[in-house]
Design a protein around this ligand. Sequence first.
Ligand code: PCA
Length: 206
Amino acid sequence: MPILLTGFNPFAGAEINSSQLVVEHFARRHSLYPRLIPVVLPTEYEAAGRSICALIREYQPSVVLALGVAQNRTSISLERVALNLDDSNIPDNAGVIARGRLIDPDAPLAYWSTLPLEKMLEALGRNNIPAVISNHAGAFVCNHVFFTARHEIASLGWPTYCGFIHVPALAEVGKPDLIGLPLRTLIAAVECCLEVVEVLGQNVEE
Ligand code: PCA
């Protein structure tokens, strides 16, 4: 069964989004990862939410691994909780500024990630990749997609594993003070997490 891997396009005036570069890396190596469905989502609440639901229904993946950039973080952040909340000062790419708004008034207040975060954290640690479990994915488009995907899967009653990982921005070569990690480290981190979730995917199939 497929594994859906998503990232986002640049937002808030940035030129790149490291999560997009990671997803594009996997898209270029499709023959190495035949089960992977790599998709770059627009950084827009509505369009991204609609898109992730459509992708889940179309591909019926065993695992949904959604990525986004967190510019101010220095470690890979394995997100524990998705909140039923849109709230940010930053406009999304459609110009929408959402303040304190429920994503779905009929849905629960929050969902846990169903990815094996402890196992992923251990695997990242074994590979010397800086990583943490984070309790808060923010309340911008990343959290929106995480929440919407979890709610869709819960509503469908499917056993699909689903979670979100925030990756740091790219560290620029020659600028050691800049917060971030090199692209190769972000790719290695996602490879590492994919190895953990591929085992899960097989279990769902059985
Ligand atoms: N990061 C933003 C949205 C898109 C992205 O890559 C976030 O953390 O919500």
